[in-house]
Write a protein that binds this ligand. Structure first.
Ligand code: IVH
Length: 681
């Protein structure tokens, strides 16, 4: 394909993909299958790589991310980002409506909307192209998060249709849908990372990440609800947001016009109940005056518009009896107090258990067995105890004591510096830690032995057949056949029997045997070392190439690797100090599990940079940042994050900070340009 033809094809594909993005992410009405969509995206991405001069900043491939932000630039809002007057009382809503009525007269119309529980964002479009995205910040200025926001597929990078102003801002809320939130937390728990407390925190944490490719994986979403500023081209807010929908923005389907206070209360009541069915969190509804002329007449107070009010739903709460507290030991040894409650109806489900988080929370609440406690299901998926009804406390109650020894293995618990959790340090023989580690080892992103899921590890453990992941590779058909266990069903769920029949055992043994082809980075992740999640494992594996090299590396060399900090290095070193872990590595290697990274070698194109380390900085013409780093590695070099006297080259693009150059010069580190780099490879 020549350049002319490619240009035409790129434009054609971009338009098609944009249309399908809109159908899928905005209208939730896909016209083609995911597979067909991926094929188009792949074709476009390939063409853009081949003809970089035809890759535009508003191409739909940009939703994938890849650019790294060093620091979020502060941007002053063109119009201050105000908040809304909040209320929890129907009385206040009535007062609001009466006041408006008095000021504007009888001919008044309202718009009721959902109040999204996320974080506010202002998007600026210039000639139909997204040019800036800024968070609320302190209302006067916020963070420029454009690079990250571009990865949100429901946000158009280029508008469709016509009639939009040449330059305008539109505001909305970035949210994390429940499905994305649950998947993210599951992953974090698997990686030994602290889960996010609720979707709002998760959305806000995601938007502040420096690597936009990581943001892209978080599956955020964005609803738009406000076009600020004077010079409106429409007469009403309703018309404005409906037009915005035609330009490609995601506007809620539940924006409705109302006339009377009864209509408003109907809307409130519908959503106080209906919110439980929504795939994302809302924390109330917003009532706005529809006509822009009336809005202008009403104006603003210092903090909020007089033409709108937010009615917030009360967090759903119930009170019930605390029967007992279990202290659960997780895969990493953390002991979590979990309350057993007298079953109570809350937010559409029956709640029997609630988390008490840690020892500090128990102390703060002074919660005791036999207490009547308040349980809340706010943004959190797992209910929590928020307080105690002291008037109902039994006379003879005693403060709840956090155990000093592990409830599972009796080892004395420890508390690491700066952390709130009590931890059982007996990593190698505490049963739930062993089982947890085995489950992690076989999990999909680790060794992917899926024939061993769903309670089978527990059976192997209970029968004394496995204590360490290496034992899996010793299992024999005769040991497994006929094993079984009945898992009792809860409530109206039936009991579940897991039985090892011929086919099951065959699948298990085949799955284990096949796992020796899993690449080294995933093996490293599978070991379940604290703080060594999927990404960290990949970085370490790529950098060092083998377990032996990693083992020999000084702590300093570990922190040289990009994004590997002291905390990870420390955790890795202390893992190595346990003899059982070294034995595990030796045994796994003996069974053929990969302890070397072979992908680098196969992908390697030359070894011109063998033994050299690079710090990559600035913007490059022919490569994205990730691409140039990959190229360094493909030619035998290594990437490190900060310049030291041991660094071989500072690979400098344009816009590199002066600090980096100064440091390189001071330490005598050679500076290499993109041209020189291209020459060498
Ligand atoms: S309109 C001038 N509409 O709630 C104020 N805000 O406390 C314009 N929010 O800052 C805001 N859903 O972050 C508006 N449908 C909605 C909203 C909404 C959520 C957030 C927004 C705002 C905060 C107010």
């Amino acid at each position: 394909m020549d350049s002319q033809e490619s240009k035409r094809r790129i434009e054609e594909l971009s338009d098609e993909i944009r249309k399908h993005n809109y159908q899928y992410y905005v209208l939730s009405r896909p016209l083609i299958s995911d597979q067909q969509f991926d094929l188009k995206l792949e074709e476009l991405s390939k063409l853009e790589k081949e003809f970089p001069e035809l890759s535009f900043p508003d191409s739909p491939t940009r939703h994938v991310g890849g650019e790294i932000t060093k620091e979020f630039r502060q941007v002053v809002h063109k119009y201050p980002m105000l908040s809304l007057g909040n209320t929890y009382s129907e009385e206040d809503v009535r007062d609001f409506e009466e006041r408006i009525h008095k000021l504007v007269g009888d001919d008044i119309e309202y718009v009721c909307e959902l109040k999204f529980d996320g974080l506010a964002i202002g998007l600026t479009y210039l000639d139909g192209r997204l040019v800036q995205a800024v968070t609320r910040g302190d209302g006067v200025q916020g963070d420029d998060v454009t690079t990250n926001v571009k990865t949100i597929r429901g946000i158009p990078l280029k508008l469709q249709g016509s009639g939009y102003p040449a330059e305008f801002e539109i505001r909305g809320e970035i949210i994390m849908p429940h499905a994305s939130f649950e998947a993210l937390n599951r992953q974090r728990e698997e990686d030994g990372e602290e889960p996010f407390a609720n979707p709002r925190n998760a959305a806000s944490g995601s938007l502040k990440m420096l690597d936009s490719a990581e943001v892209a994986k978080r599956m955020l979403d964005c609803y738009l609800y406000y076009l600020p500023g004077p010079g409106q081209i429409f007469a009403t807010h309703y018309e404005a947001v409906q037009a915005a929908r035609r330009w490609g923005f995601k506007i809620s389907d539940y924006v409705v016009r109302c006339k009377t206070i009864e209509d408003i209360f109907d809307y409130i009541n519908t959503w106080d109940e209906g919110r439980k069915e929504l795939p994302f969190d809302i924390d109330g509804v917003v009532i706005k005056v529809n006509s822009f002329a009336s809005q202008e007449q009403l104006g603003f107070t210092a903090k909020s518009p007089r033409w709108a009010i937010a009615y917030k739903f009360k967090a759903e709460e119930a009170s019930t009896l605390l029967l007992s507290v279990d202290f659960q030991v997780g895969r990493t040894g953390t002991v979590t107090p979990v309350a057993n409650l007298s079953p109570v109806q809350l937010a559409g489900t029956v709640v029997k258990r609630a988390t008490l988080h840690n020892a500090d929370v128990i102390k703060e609440l002074d919660v005791r067995t036999g207490d009547t406690v308040f349980v809340e299901k706010g943004g959190e998926i797992i209910p929590k105890i928020t307080g105690v009804d002291l008037s109902l406390r039994p006379a003879a109650s005693l403060p709840l004591l956090f155990p000093t020894t592990c409830p599972e293995c009796g080892t004395s618990l420890i508390r690491r510096e700066g952390e709130v959790a009590w931890v059982c340090p007996n990593e190698t023989s505490c049963p739930p830690q062993i089982k947890g580690k085995l489950e992690h080892f076989i999990s999909r992103k680790a060794m992917n032995i899926d024939s061993l899921g769903e309670g089978k590890i527990e059976i192997l453990y209970d029968n004394g057949l496995v204590r360490s992941p290496a034992d899996l590779y010793e299992l024999k058909f005769e040991q497994l056949i006929g094993l079984e266990k009945v898992y009792p069903g809860e409530g109206d769920k039936k009991d579940r029997t897991v039985k090892f029949r011929d086919k099951t055992v065959e699948n298990i043994l085949n799955g284990i045997a096949a796992s020796i082809t899993v690449p080294f980075d995933r093996v490293l992740f599978a070991l379940g070392i604290r703080f060594v999640g999927e990404t960290v494992a990949k970085k370490l594996a790529r950098h060092f190439g083998s377990f032996n090299a990693l083992r020999m590396a000084e702590s300093l060399a570990l922190t040289d690797v990009e994004e590997i900090g002291e905390k990870i290095a420390q955790s890795f070193r202390s893992w190595l100090e346990t003899p059982a872990n070294i034995l595990l590595i030796e045994n796994l290697a003996k069974h053929g599990v990969k302890m070397e990274f072979t992908e680098v070698q196969s992908a390697q194109k030359s070894n011109v940079f063998e033994g050299m380390t690079f710090v990559v900085s600035g913007v490059f013409e022919k490569f994205s940042r990730d691409e140039i780093k990959q190229t360094v590695e493909d030619h035998g070099g290594k990437n490190v994050s900060s310049i030291s006297a041991r660094t071989s080259f500072l690979l400098a693009g344009s816009n590199m900070g002066p600090e980096k150059r100064r440091k390189a010069e001071a330490l005598g580190v050679k500076i290499m340009s993109e041209e020189e780099f291209l020459g060498r490879i």
